[in-house]
Design a protein around this ligand. Sequence first.
Ligand code: MN
Length: 724
Amino acid sequence: MATLEERYSHLEKTIHGYNISADLAQIRAAYEYARDCHGPQMRKDGTPFITHPLNVAQIVAEMRLDTESIVAALLHDCIEDTEATYDDIAKRFGTTVADIVDGVTKLTRVHYNTMEEEQMENLRKMLFAMSRDIRVILIKIADRLHNMRTMEYQTPEKQRKKSLETMEIYAPIAHRLGVQKVRWELEDLSLKYLDPVSYEQITSNLAAHAAEYDAFMDHVQKEVEERLTEMGITAIVYGRVKHPYSIYRKMYTQNKAIDEVYDLFAFRVLVDTLADCYNVLGVIHDLYKPILGRFKDYIGTPKPNMYQSLHTTVIGDDGIPFEVQIRTHEMHAVAEYGVAAHWKYKQHISQSGGEGTYEWIRRLLENQEDADAEEFIHSLKVDMFADEVFVFTPRGAVINLPAGSTPIDFAYSIHSAIGNTMVGAKVNGKMVGFDYTLQNGDIVEINTSKSAHGPSRDWVKLARSSEARSKIRQWFKKERREENIANGRAMFESELRHVGVAIASVTAPAVLPNFLKRTSFGTLDDMYAAIGYGGYTAQKAVHRARDELAAQNRMTAEKAAVEEAKPKAAPVKQEKGIIVEGLDNCLVKFSKCCTPVPGDPIVGFITRGYGVSVHRQDCPNALPSRQKETAGRWLKVTWGSDTHETYATELEITAKDRDNLLMDISTVFSSTKTSIKGLNVKTTVDGFALFSVTAMVTDKTQLDTIMTKLHQISGVIKVARPAG
Ligand code: MN
C-alpha cells in the first residue's frame, strides 16, 4: 500500500498534468490542515482518515476540476467530522472554498428513505437545488465513489442501503453531468452489493474469455486502422468490453443469459475533425455490415448532457456484432470529463446543441466566452431548479413546489381537505406563519381542525402554486354562491363604468345571448358567481362585452357597404383581364393563397379597402362553407378576352434528390418559354428535395404543359399547385 506522501505526490502529478497554473501551495496547505483536523481518526479499513479526502481529491483531479475544487475536496469532511468551522476554513482558504465545503456537508446531512421513482427524481433535483455551485455536486459524487470503492468494510445492511442510493441518485446525476467513467464505476460497484451473484457471474465470465475477447478486439482494431491509413485519415482506434452493469441491464431487460448478450464490445474511433467522423462512419459501414436501426447521430442532435458522437452497430467477420462510437477528441473530452471539460474547448461550444432541462449549462457556457478556466467553473452555478423548492413531509416524502411557496401551498398539495381545515403549520418542529417561505429541505407539518372555518380570501394571495389557488377558489365557489354573485356583479358593473359602457347595452336582448356565448357561461348569475370567487376576472368579462358590441357595430357598417356597392349594375370594365360582374372600375388583385391563372374557374371576394380579390374556386379559402360564413361578400368573376399579360403562380415539386435535378427542372421552364420569378429549395434529412417555384405563365394550358413535363422528370414524385 502506498504511503500518504506517495499518494499526495500522485495527486500533484495528476493536477499538474492538466492545469500547470494550479496553486500547489494552497493545495498542500489544505492537505496538511485536513490531516491535522482529522488527527488520529481511522477509517473502517484501518487506514488514517485522511486517506479518504486524499482519494476524493484524486477523483476530483481526474475530473480535471480547478484548484478550489481540489482544496474543497481535501477539506470536505472537516466541518462534519472535526472541530473545524466554516469560519476557520473561510479565513484560511477563502469563502468560495468554505461555501463549497458547507454545501457538501449539507448534502451529507440529507436523509434518504427508499421511495418511488418519481420521488427519486425530486430528490435528485433537490440535491441540485441545494448545491447552488456545480462543484458541490461533483465533489459529492467523488466522495460517494470513494466510499463505494471501500464499501467492503461496512456491514451488509449499510452496503445495501448505500448501493441503492448510489444506483438511484448518484449514478443518474453523474450521467446527467456527463461524467460517464464515474457513472459506470458507481453502477458496477452498486451492482456488486445489490446483486452479488449476477455481478460475480458477469465478471468471472468476462475474465474467463479475456484472451479470446482481446484477440477479437485486436483484430478489429488493426483492420480499421489499416483501412483508415489507406484513406489518409488520422485516428485513434481502440476497443473495450462493456462495463458489467451495462451487460447486466441487457441480460435483465432482454431476459438473456450472459452468453446470449451479443453486443459486448464497444469500439471508439477518435478523429480530429467533424467531417472525419462521417468519413470514418462510411469506412466502418463499408468494412462491416451495419445493423439497421442502430445508427444514431448524436453529433447532429447532441444528448441533453452535451454528449456528441456517432453510434453504429455492425457485424464483424465471425458474425460477432459490436458497437462503434465515432467522435472528435473534443467531443471525447466532454464525454469523459463532463461539464468540466468545456472550458478547454469553449470556443467551439456554440456548435453543440442540447436543449431541455440542461439548457442552463449551455446558457452558462455561452456566457463564458472570454472567461478563463478558473472563472468559468467558478460561475458555473446550479440555477437549474431556481424556480422550484423541495420539502419533506414528516414521513420523508419529497414534495416539489414552486419557489416562494408557503405552508398553504404545501397543505393543498397534500389534499384539499388538509388545506381547507388547516389551522397552523410547523417547519422543522417550530410554528411558523402562513406566509412563511419554504426552504429546500424543510420538514413541514400541517395542523388541522374539524372546527376550522375554511380558507380565508387572503390565502389566494399567499399561495404560489396554481393548484392551491384553484382549490381555494373551488371552496369559495361551492360554499358561498349568493355572496359570490353579489360580489361578482358589483365588480363587473364597476369595471364597465370604468370603460364607459352602460350595463343596459350589455343586457339588451339583442346582445346578451351572444355576449354569454363569448364568455362560455350559461347565465349571467353563473358569470357573476365565477367573478365573485375569482375563477373569472371582471376585466375579461368586460373585454368580451366590448368585443360583442364592436362586432355588432361592424356588421351594421358592412351591410351598408355591400348594399352601396351592388346596385350600380350594367357597365363592365376589365381590370387585369378580369370581368367583375356588376362592378365598374373596381380594384382587382389575385390572391396569394392559390395564385389563379387564366383558365382556372374563379370567384371574387369583396375585401375591406382593397377592392376584389380573386381566388380559384377550389381554393380552401373559397369553399362553400367559407362563402356561407361571409355571405354577401362573394361575387361572380370571369376571365376576360384580354389576357395578354403573364400571371405569377406557385408550383411545389417534391423529388428524390440527385445530381442535376435542378438543371432538369429548369430545362422544363426554359423549354416552355416560362420565366421563373422565384425559386426555393429545401432538402430533407431522408434525401428529398422540396422546390417551390414562382413562375410567370399566360394561362392554364401553359401551366398544365409545364406540370406534365415536370412529372416526367426522373425522381419527381409530386407536382402540385399549393392551395391555401
Ligand atoms: Mn466523505
